[in-house]
Design a protein around this ligand. Structure first.
Ligand code: CA
Length: 639
């Protein structure tokens, strides 16, 4: 009832604001005619549609004055007869007596080079062979193992041996697929892959790098990752080929979406289409900057909310995307995030950064981490566990648990249970959250590194004084054991499995390939690292005890052993977990430079992880009583 009332209210508000709900404007193509629509402020004065032969340069071949669909409507349209396939278009909106500049509008689904003009394509012709039978792999949230990667990092280096270096198509190559399958991850989270601004697509012959958090066209793949950004259909087709290849391998594709801000204000498609509607302003009329990138969008406005919902649905429908990672989700309001959750199928996995980068000009509730319990089916990154392991985000050199700093144990336990309410966690001693925020453990992302900040190797080198090469590997594997045995959803930065480093650069958003690339030869240099990651992932997948996916199950079957400095240990009653073959399971994480012991009941146990070796089938057997955990490593055993 409450939901219905809210929906009705939203509808009334939208009509009042002159906005059309659920409108995907832009161009509707048929060989006989193309219909163009664009939605502006209600009091816009004129809209010009221009048609071009090219995606860049040249003069308009036709300029058309668009008409309002009805008097007073904010929706403008133009029907152009004839087959326009292969042509390009722009809109130019006159508002407050001034033309705001050409743009492809906010709903272009194909564009020319650098995304300056919309393109007219027949979307059916962009589908690779067999696309109609492509399906999202059926993997429950509790079973996901996320792998966050940047296209260029992953495949640009010669050592990778890829044909399509730095392109979408690299992920269709056997080298990529076999590596991901060998590692065992089942969801690839690709850094921004919609059309962004900071790589000039007309100069792809020169080395250019950017993470891509600077959106231009939200509903078009980025041209820089295609083999030909001038041909609008190519990037669309290649993106689909990538999705298809990963799906065939049983791997989901998760898109990093950045609806919280745009590359700029004055030149943005939002601002040129509907001036000042899409951005939040401060009381003094200046633009609010909750994104830290110069602007912030206003998700609470019906037009922006509907844009986000429709955009997400479009990626699911057209590109078969399996999930979304919301950049600075804390800039968006809760209602919008819940509306997005409700608008897509249940198996679409949604998570985000439960924070913003500055204060937002919004007085309602924002989609912050602390509000995750008000957003069922949406997860947030746990900086509690991350920083308890590696050290605080505001310093690159401060160590924590991994560096032998005591006092981080309760924060790690918070991450082990998946940020839910659990009687074994003392929340008063948790670093950032003094209360559990997740209702279910699948609402927490467990990780120790991502594209932001130093990667794990660099952080360990910068924060653990006098670290030896041997210690580096031990601590790396210990960190990922905490992540991959967490009841939250585990998340790995691509390349950690090959002990990547970024030469100490912590904000590598525009660093050259020499900093960001994966060195695939590291797989031969440090085979024990990939071997451990792979075996640990296999262990997690084979045992529901490590991903129960239900808060009550975690509360009733997981209990902690007494905590010591830099030692966290827990027991899982496998008998209480549906599908679990093991009985009593013990996990101990020892970050001390010396061996430690835990006391467990007498009996015979199989060791599956000890002294930086891991094997689900068993490494040895031990008797119960006092059990030793070697220095700077994890121990897992069961009966
Ligand atoms: Ca671009």
């Amino acid at each position: 009832m409450k939901r219905f009332t809210a929906l009705l209210m939203a509808l009334v508000m939208a009509v009042l604001a002159g906005q059309t709900l659920n409108a995907r404007t832009g161009v509707k193509y048929t060989p006989a005619a193309s219909e163009f629509t664009v939605e502006t402020n209600a009091d816009a004065q004129q809209v010009k549609l221009r048609l071009y032969k090219e995606g860049i340069g040249g003069k308009a071949v036709k300029t058309i004055n668009m008409k309002r669909t009805q008097q007073g409507s904010a929706l403008w349209h133009a029907d152009v007869k004839g087959d326009l396939k292969g042509k390009f278009y722009t809109f130019d909106v006159k508002y407050n007596g001034k033309f705001r500049g050409e743009s492809p509008g906010i709903w272009a689904t194909a564009v020319g080079v650098n995304g300056k003009r919309g393109a007219i394509v027949d979307m059916n012709e962009t589908n690779p062979q067999g696309w109609n039978t492509d399906k999202r792999p059926n993997i429950a949230a509790k079973d996901l193992i996320l792998y966050e990667m940047h296209h260029r990092d992953f495949s640009i280096d010669e050592s990778g041996g890829f044909t399509y270096k730095g392109k979408f198509l690299a992920l269709t190559e056997p080298r990529a697929i076999s590596h991901l399958k060998a590692l065992g991850v089942n969801a690839v989270h690709i850094l921004p892959s919609f059309d962004y601004a900071s790589v000039d697509e007309t100069r792809l012959g020169e080395p250019q790098y950017n993470w891509g958090y600077d959106p231009v066209n939200y509903n078009v793949p980025e041209g820089g990752y295609s083999t030909d950004p001038y041909k609008p259909e190519v990037r669309i087709n290649e993106f689909k080929q990538m999705v298809q290849a990963l799906h065939k391998a049983g791997i989901k594709v998760i898109l990093d979406v950045v609806y919280n801000h745009t590359w700029n204000i004055d030149g943005s498609n939002f601002q040129r289409t509907c001036p000042d509607y899409f951005y939040r302003k401060n009381a003094d009329g200046t633009y609010s900057n909750g994104s830290g990138c110069g602007n912030e969008t206003a998700s609470e406005r019906e037009g922006m909310r509907q844009f986000m919902i429709e955009s997400v649905k479009y990626w699911v429908d057209e590109y078969h995307i399996d999930g979304f990672r919301f950049d600075l989700m804390g800039v968006h309001d809760i209602e919008t995030m819940n509306a997005i959750r409700a608008a897509v199928p249940q198996d679409i996995f949604i998570y985000g950064e439960g924070w913003s980068a500055g204060s937002c000009a919004y007085t309602g509730e924002l989609a912050m981490k602390a509000n995750i319990n008000k957003m069922p089916g949406i997860a947030a990154f746990s900086d509690e566990m991350r920083d308890a392991l590696r050290g605080p985000w505001d310093s690159n050199s401060k160590a924590a648990f991994l560096g032998g700093v005591k006092g981080n144990e309760e924060s790690i336990k918070f991450g082990i249970v998946g940020a839910i309410k659990h009687p074994g966690v003392d929340y008063s001693k948790v670093n950032y959250s003094k209360a559990p925020y997740a209702s279910e453990p699948t609402q927490m992302i467990a990780y120790v590194s991502c594209h932001d900040d130093m990667c794990l190797v660099d952080r360990l080198k910068a924060s653990v004084k006098g670290i030896t090469p041997d210690e580096l590997i031990r601590l790396d594997l210990l960190a990922q054991t905490a992540v991959l045995t967490s009841q939250g959803v585990p998340f790995l930065l691509s390349g950690e499995e090959m002990l990547r480093d970024k030469k100490g650069v912590h904000n590598s958003y525009e660093s050259p390939d020499s900093i960001n690339h994966l060195d695939w030869d590291n797989l031969e240099r440090y085979p024990q690292v990939m071997e451990y990651y792979k075996n640990l992932i296999a262990l997690r997948k084979a045992h529901p005890a490590f991903h129960m996916g239900d808060a009550d199950l975690v509360r009733s079957n997981l209990d902690f052993l007494p905590t010591e400095n830099c030692l966290v240990a827990y027991h899982i009653n496998g008998r209480g977990v549906p599908g679990e073959q093991w009985g009593d399971i013990y996990v101990a994480l020892n970050a001390n430079k010396r061996a430690r012991t835990i006391d467990i009941p007498e009996g015979s146990y199989t060791v599956v992880c000890r002294n930086i070796k891991c094997n689900t089938n068993g490494l040895a057997t031990v008797k119960g009583g006092k059990v030793t955990i070697p220095a700077q490593s994890a121990l897992i055993l069961h009966n």
